[in-house]
Design a binder for this molecule. Structure first.
Ligand SMILES: Cc1ncc(COP(=O)(O)O)c(C=O)c1O
Length: 432
């Protein structure tokens, strides 16, 4: 290394170290990679619903052709485009010794556009559960405050509030939902008292795939000064979501289910009216707009991305952006229509099996791309295992809320043939 080069290197190192302590400017100092060169694209000839090439879409997924996977509600496999983005980004960032934080800006823009909201209301987090924890802690509730949740919540949507009950003495009020869907808004309204501070509910329940009237619940919450906190783990990527229309206070979701994004990604939304009013619970580099250690002064960024403090995995964030591009290429309305078409086909087939009760509401207003059913007189959790081991059909047993039932997810790679196979298997099982 020449003297001049060494001097320049030292200057850069010192500046780099200095900038690291002040959050945002570090971004500017370390953005030598403007973009990652990806040739991972997916294009359809047409996204006219009746002409969509579903076989081409299926071929984008890496799992074997004969694998009958109907469990996207638990874990959505990623298409090649997403896998390529993650792998190539890691490789290029490692080549450059860069964390690539500045590249994730694109993902925020993609999510904001996908959810029809503004970029500053969006953050990429690790999963839906992390988002519900952020919400629960950010509200700074006190002993005696009430939070309403339902018996249909996933552990990730319920545990953060149960933890506050243990830690702070808040009161978690459990409500039972109407499994037909119609009465849920009223049930929620009836549970509210003068102590209610938040209502946390699933946009689509993980149990029976029931859709809740998110917009109406959010509007009711606004009218009562109650925080609306939506767990969208089973909704994001399943159908079109417009957060400007729903106007919740908070929305959290997984990236790894219906969006088919990388594992370890989630989406978090906070309505802009709260960004200045509610301080973040955890902070670090990138949380601040102004930071000076010597005078102990710090101001937070006017963006929910202050939740993305510290060094993160930019590759999976970019992969999440690719997942949105993949779905957008098909069209989210088409994705929703396909899921519903497959679900309706299955529902029709189930009606021939008298032992089976369908637990998902029939009304399309309260259902989407999942169907939960129960075979009477049988241990459904065991049957779920049998379907996996003997028939090679992967579903999910529902033990939550003692439902003793089986859930089927209908994603864009699933086929009518797979549903026929499942119906044949169920007919055989119910006969024995
Ligand atoms: C409704 C609901 N909320 C939260 C979660 C947890 O999601 P994550 O693993 O992304 O935290 C799930 C997972 O199945 C879910 O169905």
């Amino acid at each position: 290394m020449s003297k001049a080069t060494r001097r320049s290197f030292l200057q850069k190192s010192i500046l780099g170290g200095l900038f690291y302590t002040v959050g945002i400017p570090f971004l500017q100092a370390n953005n030598s990679i403007e973009s990652v060169n990806l040739d991972s694209e997916f294009k359809l000839e047409t996204n006219n619903y009746n002409q969509i090439d579903w076989k081409k879409i299926r071929a984008q997924f890496l799992f074997p052709k004969n694998r009958q996977y109907l469990n996207t509600a638990s874990l959505g496999p990623s298409p090649r485009m997403v896998v390529n983005t993650v792998c190539k980004t890691i490789e290029q960032l490692e080549t450059q010794c860069s964390h690539g934080h500045h590249l994730t800006k694109k993902t925020h823009q993609q999510i904001a556009q996908f959810l029809n909201t503004s970029v500053d209301e969006i953050a990429v987090i690790r999963n839906a559960t992390e988002g519900m924890n952020i919400i629960a802690r950010t509200l700074r509730l006190k002993a005696g405050d009430e939070v309403i949740i339902s018996t249909h919540e996933h552990v990730g949507g319920a545990a953060p509030w149960m933890a506050l009950q243990k830690d702070l003495g808040i009161v978690v009020k459990l409500i039972d939902l109407d499994v037909e869907g119609e009465k849920n808004l009223q049930i929620i309204k009836n549970a509210v008292t003068s102590k209610t501070k938040a209502i946390a509910f699933s946009h689509i329940t993980c149990t029976n795939g029931m859709k809740l009237p998110a917009k109406e619940i959010a509007a009711f919450c606004r009218s009562k000064n109650i925080y609306s906190c939506i767990d969208g783990a089973q909704a994001l990527g399943m159908f079109s979501i417009d957060l400007t229309d729903i106007q919740p206070d908070f929305y959290t979701s997984s990236g790894h289910k219906w969006l088919f994004g990388p594992k370890g990604t989630g989406v978090f939304y906070m309505h802009k009216k709260w960004i200045k009013k509610l301080n973040p619970v955890f902070v670090g580099a990138y949380s601040d707009s102004k930071y000076d250690l010597n005078s102990l002064t710090m101001e937070y960024r006017d963006s929910v991305q202050r939740e993305e403090y510290g060094t993160r995995n930019a590759a999976i964030s970019l992969g999440l952006g690719s997942a949105i591009e993949f779905i957008s290429e098909i069209g989210i309305e088409n994705v929703a229509k396909r899921g519903r078409e497959l679900a309706n086909y299955f529902r029709k087939g189930l009606k021939d099996i008298v032992e089976i009760e369908i637990l998902t509401p029939e009304n399309e207003k309260f259902s989407a791309s999942m169907i939960t059913f129960k075979i009477h007189g049988k241990d459904n959790l065991k049957i779920n295992q049998q379907l996996n081991s003997e028939y090679k059909i992967r579903l999910r047993g529902i033990y939550e809320n003692n439902l003793n039932s089986i859930r089927v997810s209908f994603a864009i790679f699933n086929t009518f043939k797979e549903i026929d196979n499942l119906l044949i298997a169920l007919k055989e099982i119910t006969k024995n």
